[in-house]
Design a protein around this ligand. Structure first.
Ligand SMILES: [Zn+2]
Length: 239
């Protein structure tokens, strides 16, 4: 592999940054961040539960209005029946009206007990909803507090700096060189390493004298490979 000296330096820097683990390592979350995420997830669950509880109240209130409407209609009918009954003289008509009157009364009684049940139920549902709304207010305050704790943490920019630098180095290197480096890195976990004159900075194995000599004497734009681990060896100016 051939590579201009300044780019060899960049390749070595890239390899060193990637090898010391800061880039690939899974980011360790602070306790504050973990707490914020835990509370935020809890907030979502409580918000869903509060919304469901409100929906149940709405449904029951709708049911109560339906019962009230039915009852109003029946009472109007009852009054009509009574008025007509007062005026009717025909026996058959009176019988029909009395029958109608009676069935309206029975239905009103049924509606009244239905209404009683609905009232009990809506009372329980509202209490349940109020409970969730209180929980929601509590968790919102907790989340806000946890967020402030996270915001107050000193900003760790070192990892971002490393990532940014890695990206810059990759952009600076020719594509085929980068591809060869990454392929080697996938194979041996190193990719490119410093050659200090006798040993490879990747595998740290002291190379045979003849090989070390061959590497030292290679043209400076050539990038030799370690006979042991296969890493590209960057000799730098000292070598
Ligand atoms: Zn090596």
């Amino acid at each position: 592999m051939h590579l201009a000296l300044p780019l060899q330096e960049k390749l070595l820097e890239l390899s060193t940054l990637e090898r010391n683990g800061d880039v690939a390592m899974v980011e360790v979350k602070s306790e504050e961040q973990q707490e914020l995420e835990r509370l935020s997830a809890k907030q979502v669950r409580i918000r869903d539960a509060a919304a469901s509880a409100q929906l149940a109240v709405d449904d029951m209130e709708l049911e109560i209005r339906r019962i009230q409407d039915d009852e109003r209609k029946l009472r109007r009918r009852l009054e009509d029946n009574r008025r007509q009954l007062g005026a009717a003289t025909d026996e058959e008509t009176r019988k029909d009206l009395q029958h109608d009157l009676h069935s309206s009364q029975v239905r009103i009684q049924n509606l009244t007990s239905e209404m009683q049940e609905a009232h009990n139920e809506v009372h329980a549902l509202r209490a349940n909803r109020d409970l969730y709304q209180q929980q929601l207010r509590d968790i919102e305050a907790e989340v806000a507090k946890a967020q402030r704790a996270v915001d107050a943490l000193p900003k760790d920019t070192s990892k971002e700096d490393v990532r940014g630098r890695v990206e810059k180095l990759k952009e600076a290197l020719p594509e085929d060189i980068l591809a060869a480096y990454e392929e080697r890195r996938n194979e041996n976990g190193i990719g490119a390493a410093k050659f200090n004159g006798r040993s490879c900075g990747g595998c740290h194995i002291m190379l045979p004298v003849a090989e070390a000599s061959r590497i030292r004497q290679a043209p400076e734009t050539e990038v030799p490979e370690c006979g042991e681990c296969g890493s590209f060896l960057i000799r730098g100016h000292a070598a």
